[in-house]
Design a protein around this ligand. Structure first.
Ligand code: CAA
Length: 385
């Protein structure tokens, strides 16, 4: 057994102080906006500016590219605290990482210097364009094509379910460059800036949850990008996508833990105040046991998440397995915990005056995006063969 396998994590003084700071920002500035963002399905530009000003958007980046250089665990502590207050706002930070990861992990020095500092400062917003209408769980079956023309690549196709649609300044786009290479092969990754001619926005989705984050369909019609925009090796883009998702799934897990904890905190406070049969409902064992199970599952999800983050920070080889397990367990936890939170609030849980129904709707996507939980099980099971 490798020595690293027994290592876990410990939050240091700076991380604990930082968590307090983000918690305060999230509770004072983000939480009061959450219901309105959801109701109006409005992208919170004001909160994005706040995250940039507070250097929170710099968390996914190394210091040499203008980031905080504080690593994956610290980043996901911030995602968790933001998600407690508003899952849509947490997603701003998550996609700042997701869209930048291909460049961070596979970009040349020149490419990193070109794009990462602008992303770290929050001046630019990225998007990650992998999925298509007919290629969701199976991105290896994508149809978007990129064809070489002189020193350029010409991209044609449509992507689907892309977060930050219309907001993003650059899209990392995956396209088939060698159609004869076979399934999941012969794919390459390109940076496409949103102002390139031929780029447009197709359908916008109307969603059940994370309604403050626009999702939709970028369309590429003879979009020309120079060779310098190719990320990683030619025809090796599928690996760029997979390695990116291995890391970004930790963000989904952190969002799920945050949503779950936000729902528990609200339900527990409600149960202290709400009186029925002449006493607070948290004096009934039915409610106590529910809250105890919710808290226990969420604590377990957090432990797995933090351990997986520490593995990512140490670049351990089983990090992808752990991020899949953290995403799977945390998102299933968020779903069951938020359903129970609605139950604790009873009729009040079902109405929009109270936040738990929003949390329940927001939790659902964590079981689906960045790889459905069925795909996570597949990724985990493959390590056991
Ligand atoms: N890291 C690096 N390379 C990897 C890898 C990883 N984690 N996983 C696979 N690869 C490599 C393989 O080694 C193989 O390489 P070779 O060509 O050298 O042999 C190549 O990639 C193909 O691998 P597979 O044959 O295993 O590919 P597959 O077609 O069986 O797919 C899969 C595997 C795990 C099912 C994958 O398709 C998958 O993860 N699907 C889910 C996709 C997903 O998560 N989509 C979410 C999109 S993001 C989003 O949600 C949008 C948003 O904006 C929030």
């Amino acid at each position: 057994m490798a020595a690293t396998e027994d290592l876990t994590y410990a939050l240091n003084e700076q991380q604990l102080e930082f968590r307090e700071l983000v918690r305060q920002i999230a509770q004072e500035r983000v939480a009061p906006r959450a219901a309105e963002i959801d109701e109006k399905a409005e992208y919170p530009h004001d909160l994005r500016t706040l995250l940039a000003e507070q250097d929170i958007l710099g968390l996914p980046f190394d210091e040499e590219y203008g980031g905080t250089g504080t690593g994956t665990l610290t980043l996901n502590i911030a995602v968790e605290e933001l998600a407690k207050a508003c899952a849509s706002t947490a997603l701003i930070l998550m996609v700042q990482e997701l869209g930048a990861l291909p460049i961070k992990l596979f970009g040349t020095e020149e490419q990193k210097r070109r794009w990462l500092p602008r992303l770290a400062s929050g001046e630019w917003t990225p998007a990650f364009a992998l999925s298509e209408a007919e290629a969701g769980s199976d991105p290896g079956g994508m149809r978007t094509r990129a064809v070489r023309d002189g020193d350029d690549w010409v991209i044609n196709g449509e992507k689907n379910w892309i977060t930050n649609i219309g907001i993003a300044d650059l899209y990392v786009v995956f396209a088939v460059t060698d159609p004869d290479a076979g399934h999941s092969r012969g794919i390459s990754a390109f940076v496409v800036e949103a102002d390139r001619p031929g780029f447009s926005i197709g359908k916008l989705e109307h969603k059940m949850g994370i309604r403050g984050s626009p999702t939709g369909q970028p369309v590429f019609q003879d979009v020309r990008v120079p060779q310098e925009n190719l990320i990683g090796e030619l025809h090796q883009g599928f690996k760029v996508a997979m390695a990116t998702l291995d890391r970004s799934r930790l963000g989904v897990a952190a969002q799920a833990v945050g949503i779950a904890q936000g729902a528990i905190d609200y339900a527990a406070a409600y149960a202290r105040e709400r009186r029925q049969f002449g006493r607070p409902i948290n004096s009934f064992q039915a409610i106590q046991f529910k809250l105890a199970d919710m808290e226990t599952r969420t604590a377990a999800a957090r432990e797995l998440l933090y351990k997986a983050c520490a593995k990512a920070d140490r670049r351990e080889s089983d990090m992808g397995k752990y991020s899949a397990m953290a995403k799977l367990f945390a998102s299933d936890t968020a779903m069951s915990v938020t359903v129970e939170a609605v139950q604790v609030l009873g009729g009040y849980g079902f109405v929009k005056e109270y936040p738990v129904e929003r949390m329940m709707r927001d939790a659902k996507i964590t079981q689906i995006y960045e790889g459905t939980n069925e795909i996570q099980r597949l990724v985990i099971a493959r390590t056991l063969r």
